[in-house]
Design a protein around this ligand. Structure first.
Ligand code: NAD
Length: 289
């Protein structure tokens, strides 16, 4: 059996081309008309700064103008209000964690849901949970984008998601459910995780635990999507023990080079959707759910 490698870099480069065309259509000959993506970050958090810089690069690569604002540079609630009101700003992302997590939460709650292109606001989370159109956390959307790019069916499949966080596990489960999968969500208190994962036709792993999923936990027809990003002495690894699992499943996304490169493209796709909606005068929330 040959395992298919779900190559996120390849998916991201297709998305980049598509988005570049859509941005060109929006801006025409006027560079001033290019949509802007505002990224609020904290200088004291490496994770926040890394996410911000990967978004900044991705934005430039499709012609969206990144506007990076450091937490340290001024009163942030007023900044969010100003960005909400600015027509050129199509998307607003708070690159978590901020140095003050409570401030991070208040800032997110202040974002206009129509500009919430990383699906972080309670409004978008609620719409997604209800199965209605919403902007969706980018990593969760990246899982669906990879499955779609490789024509992997979701409807009717038994999907198992490991992880129930608001940024990955829960929204992935909602998106799979909206696409008619039968979804099981596993977490730290799940008894006999292997019994659940062995039954999965689609296995999405977002636990933050390096090498958690091993070959005896999967079946031969499984498609495995690994969202984990774990820094180890051996480098960045996923939540799946890739070397032993990859040879025994139908398809698998690697780490690095799987979900990682697709995630910023999902923020950009939702940013472009927001800009297109503004250009066409529509006011409904996102349509990615
Ligand atoms: P989190 O810590 O908020 O949540 C982890 C979830 O996994 C929890 O629900 C927990 O119950 C579950 N879990 C942890 N260990 C488990 C175990 N042994 N058995 C069963 N369930 C277990 O983490 P998160 O923010 O959801 O991130 C998960 C992983 O995804 C991390 O590695 C993170 O770095 C990665 N991530 C990747 C991207 C990306 O762009 N690719 C974005 C966000 C997060």
């Amino acid at each position: 059996m040959t395992t298919r490698l779900l190559d996120g870099r390849d998916v991201a480069s297709h998305l980049r081309r598509e988005l570049r065309h859509r941005v060109e259509r929006l801006s025409g000959d006027d560079p001033e008309a290019a949509p802007q993506l505002a990224i609020l970050r904290s200088g004291s958090s490496e994770a926040s700064a890394l996410y911000a810089s990967s978004l900044e690069r991705a934005a430039r690569s499709v012609g969206v103008v990144p506007v990076v604002l450091a937490e340290e540079s001024g009163p942030m609630i007023e900044t969010i209000d100003r960005l909400n009101a600015d027509e050129r700003v199509a998307g607003i992302v708070v690159a978590q964690p901020l140095s003050d997590p409570e401030l991070g939460r208040r800032l997110v709650e202040r974002i206009d849901p129509a500009k919430d292109v990383d699906g972080a606001t309670p409004a978008n989370a609620g719409w997604l949970a209800r199965g209605e159109p919403a902007f969706v956390p980018a990593t969760a959307l990246a899982v669906i984008a990879i499955l779609e790019a490789y024509d992997i069916p979701v409807a009717g499949q038994r999907a198992v998601v490991i992880g129930r966080s608001a940024v990955v596990g829960r929204p992935v489960a909602s998106l799979l459910l909206a696409r008619d999968a039968t979804v099981v969500i596993c977490h730290r208190a799940t008894r006999n995780l292997a019994r659940e994962t062995r039954r999965a036709e689609l296995l999405v792993v977002a636990a933050g635990s390096p090498g958690l999923v091993r070959s005896e936990m999967v079946n031969a027809s499984a498609v495995v999507v690994d969202c984990g990003i774990n820094a180890t002495p051996e480098g960045i690894v996923g939540d799946v023990h890739h070397a032993t699992v990859a040879p025994v499943v139908r398809a698998i996304s690697p780490v690095p080079g799987g979900i990682g490169p697709v995630t910023p493209m999902m923020v950009l796709r939702q940013t472009v959707e927001s800009a297109e909606r503004t250009a066409s005068g529509k006011t409904t929330p996102g349509d990615a759910g």
